[in-house]
Design a protein around this ligand. Structure first.
Ligand code: ZN
Ligand code: ZN
Length: 142
């Protein structure tokens, strides 16, 4: 019984430690990284962690609202900034940039429908980032 408890404790301890290092790495990376980039950063730091664990941890952090999961084309991306802010997505390279425009609280207070309760909103602008605007690649898709 005692051994089982100790096993559980060490498992929990490992989970807590991994969760903390994943969250720390995510908060340091301001480019809304994929699970793979977070994984590479942790490996570079000598963390013995698998890509599957990093992905699972990021999902759990998003579920607990300690991070935000962003869905777009390609791999899911994660955001260590949980405060309300808007994003710009480059449709050419997939980069996600935080925008400095103020969050519109009044939208959350607007009466959308009688049977919904609004807790927040997200707004994503799409276009081409500065790096991609410089490169001409002939035909652009619509
Ligand atoms: Zn771009
Ligand atoms: Zn962001």
């Amino acid at each position: 019984m005692a051994i089982m408890q100790m096993r559980n404790m060490s498992k929990n301890w490992r989970w807590t430690r991994q969760r903390r290092s994943v969250l720390e790495a995510l908060r340091e990376m301001e480019d809304h990284p994929t699970a793979e980039s977070v994984y590479r950063m942790l490996r570079d730091r000598g963390e013995a962690i698998s890509l599957a664990t990093v992905y699972r941890t990021l999902r759990a952090l998003a579920d607990d609202r300690e991070a935000r999961a962003l869905y777009g084309a390609g791999a899911d991306r994660f955001d260590g900034r949980t405060g309300p802010h808007y994003h710009f997505v480059c449709t050419t390279c997939g980069r996600i940039i935080d925008l400095a425009i103020p969050y519109m609280d009044e939208l959350d207070r607007s009466k959308l429908s009688a049977d919904v309760e609004v807790h927040g909103h997200e707004l994503t602008f799409r276009g081409r980032c500065g790096a991609c605007s410089g490169s001409e690649e002939g035909s652009s898709d619509a």
